[in-house]
Write a protein that binds this ligand. Structure first.
Ligand SMILES: [Zn+2]
Length: 345
């Protein structure tokens, strides 16, 4: 079958259309005929390679997907054949203390489809059956594929970790990226006041159309902290959502209110940032890390597509053969919403 993968780590030029063997469903697994798959920055991290033991090559990229179950392994009911599904790509042992508590992304052996096993940018993919959830009827395959990584990550950050409540204020850096955009939508869904930032006035206009209450163009006015303080009458925001890391961390600590929460899920601009520890205790800050999400959070997220009309924002769709073009657009930061790959049938 055809897939999008790499034979060695490296830049965009390493991404190729490759021919690989058909996947088979091992015990407890299903094979999914992929209809749509979506890109994440994670694909770039995987493609670039990390220190430590590498992946078997060639490696198929991709973590998000929606499709139809075409084969089931031992222990999976045959009644699942033909089921339309969306996958949540988190891999966990399902047996450890964290998994038994239902906190699958806290599992010691936590991994991600596409990063720790062959990914979804393929005509078919084998995944553990617990990863395959019924696709909400309200969503197309494209929309379903756009949800898992970005929206689940954001759901956990805002609702489980930061415990955002209606009427609170939240600052979201870099709206346009998948997690940040999801944070805007989910925060509006529960009735929070949302301040977004971007260096693109076009993206800010789109964010306002999606409900952002205030927008800060840090290209035109780089003093984001000053702008946030002004917008909140000097009080600061209740919650900061950070997917950016080193570049925004000092802003986070200076604009979160006393007793507020900063929640972090990524460090695209760097992993080390100075922190004045006096600020942390004197201002009684909660600094929260968040990774991906658990089954219950994913179930609630899927429910919200039907109960609250939540729809992922899709920037554009590509034929799977043009995956490198989609990745180029993402790496240039041009997108507003998810980039979706379609597998023709
Ligand atoms: Zn576990």
């Amino acid at each position: 079958m055809r897939a999008i993968g790499i034979h060695e780590y490296g830049g965009l030029d390493r991404v190729q259309l490759i021919e690989v063997d058909e996947p088979t469903a091992a015990d407890g697994e299903v094979v999914i005929d992929v209809r749509s798959a979506a890109l994440n920055h994670l694909d770039v991290w995987v493609r670039n390679g990390r220190p430590g033991p590498g992946l078997p090559m060639p490696h198929i990229l991709g973590s998000d997907a929606a499709g139809v179950i075409t084969a089931v392994g031992e222990g999976v009911p045959r009644s699942r054949l033909g089921e339309e599904v969306v996958i949540t790509p988190g891999l966990s042992c399902r047996r450890c203390e964290a998994c038994i508590r239902g906190e699958h992304s806290e599992c010691e052996s936590f991994g991600i489809i596409g990063a720790n096993r062959p990914g979804t940018f393929a005509e078919r993919v084998a995944v553990p059956a617990y990863c395959a959830h019924p696709k909400p009827r309200a969503l197309s395959f494209d929309q379903a594929a756009a949800l898992p990584v970005a929206y689940l990550t954001s759901w956990r950050m805002l609702l489980s970790r930061a415990k955002l409540r209606p009427g609170e204020s939240v600052l979201v850096h870099g709206v346009g990226g998948g997690v940040a955009l999801a944070a805007l939508q989910i925060a509006k869904l529960i009735g929070a006041l949302v301040i977004v930032t971007s260096s693109s006035e076009e993206k800010l206009a789109k964010a306002r159309a999606l409900g952002a209450d205030h927008s800060i163009d840090y290209g035109a006015s780089p003093d984001v902290a000053g702008a946030v303080r002004e917008l909140t009458d000097g009080r600061g925001v209740d919650v900061v959502v950070d997917t950016v890391g080193a570049a925004t961390w000092p802003i986070d600590l200076s604009v979160v209110r006393k007793g507020g929460r900063v929640v972090l899920c990524g460090v695209t601009t760097g992993a080390e940032a100075p922190t004045d520890l006096r600020t942390v205790y004197w201002r009684q800050l909660s600094l929260l890390g968040s990774t991906f999400g658990n089954d219950e959070e994913f179930r609630l997220l899927l429910n919200a597509t039907e109960s609250a009309g939540l729809r992922p924002v899709i920037d554009s769709t590509y034929d799977i053969e043009d995956a490198a073009d989609a990745m180029e657009r993402m790496e240039a930061g041009k997108q507003f919403g998810k980039l979706v790959l379609r597998v023709p049938h």
